[in-house]
Structures are given as structure tokens and as C-alpha cells.
Design a protein. Structure first.
Length: 173
């Protein structure tokens, strides 16, 4: 963060974060996050592959790019409209995914498989931490290095009325 802006604003966080993540299967992901740069809108999130691509263009809509009989094709999918239609056709099962509380209750009742949000959150955090470490060390970071190079801010020992509790630094790994 620019030092003058840091002093004036009182914020002590990055204004812009950029990163490139390469996965074992050959896929890659670019990360572009900001809260305070002087610029226009970022390009929409997208997934591209050899047979097509999907772009998250508007709330509830996707653009799908592919080929039909050798011609480039672009289709806008109304995901929100289709979700509404399916919810009206099968309300009980669709409502399980409308909010986290409904999903949690449905998982407890055995009505749906629970989404593994702790694992998703951990993987997201590890990617962000890898980008920070890469910048700090000035080199590419391998996934296996992230836990060993990271400094955890998590509580590892906690005193309680029942005694001392010890936590593993990375319980989901």
C-alpha cells in the first residue's frame, strides 16, 4: 500500500492482490482482488477450456462459449431463472441450497450431502497464503511448502476451566 495513503486512511492492508495458481492437472487460475485501486471494473470471473468457456457476466447469468458445427457460439444462460423454475417444480430438495441454515438442517436430517465448507475455506486460504509467500520469497511456491512456510495465527493452546486444550495447527490437512 502506498505509504501516504496508509497514513491518511489508517488502513494497513494491500490495495491490490494478484496471483497465478497452477494446479496438478494442468489448469491454472488467476487471482485479481482489490478494494482501492484507481481503475474500472475487473473482467468477470471465467473458466476456459479446450471445448468451451463460461463467463460469470451478470448476477444469475452465465455466458457459455463453444462451437456448433465449427461456428463460434455464445449463449447466455439464465441460471437464476432456471434455479427458480426447478425450485417451483421440486421445492423441498431445492430449498436445501437456498441458504446455509437450510442446508445444515437438511444435512443433519440426511436429506442432502453436506457441502464441505471447512475444506473449501482452507483450500482458499492456502491459495491466498501461497500467493503471499511467493511474493515474500520472490519465487514460485509449491503447495506442499505452504503449511511449513506459513506462520499460523490460530490458537494452538487454550486454557479452560476444564484444563488445557491443544489444537493441531492445520486440522483439515
Amino acid at each position: 500500500m502506498d505509504e501516504t495513503r496508509r497514513r491518511i486512511s489508517g488502513f494497513d492492508v494491500e490495495e491490490l492482490g494478484l496471483g497465478l495458481v497452477k494446479f496438478k492437472d494442468g489448469c491454472s487460475m488467476d487471482v485479481l482482488e482489490s478494494w482501492a485501486i484507481q481503475g474500472g471494473e475487473f473482467p468477470p470471473s471465467a473458466v476456459y477450456g479446450a471445448k468451451g468457456g463460461v463467463q460469470f457476466c451478470q448476477p444469475g447469468k452465465l455466458k457459455y462459449y463453444s462451437q456448433i458445427a465449427g461456428y463460434m457460439a455464445e449463449t447466455t444462460l439464465d441460471v437464476a431463472g432456471e434455479d427458480y423454475r426447478r425450485t417451483m417444480l421440486d421445492p423441498p430438495s431445492r430449498l436445501l441450497y437456498k441458504n446455509s441454515q437450510a442446508h445444515w438442517v437438511g444435512a443433519l436430517r440426511g436429506e442432502c450431502e453436506q457441502i464441505d465448507t471447512p475444506s473449501i475455506a482452507l483450500q482458499t486460504m492456502l491459495i491466498s497464503e501461497g500467493i503471499f509467500l511467493s511474493d515474500k520469497l520472490g519465487r514460485e511456491i509449491q503447495a506442499e511448502e505452504i503449511p511449513e512456510l506459513s506462520t499460523s495465527n490460530a490458537i494452538q493452546v487454550q486454557e479452560t476451566p476444564f484444563g488445557q486444550l491443544r489444537y493441531r495447527p492445520y486440522p483439515f490437512l
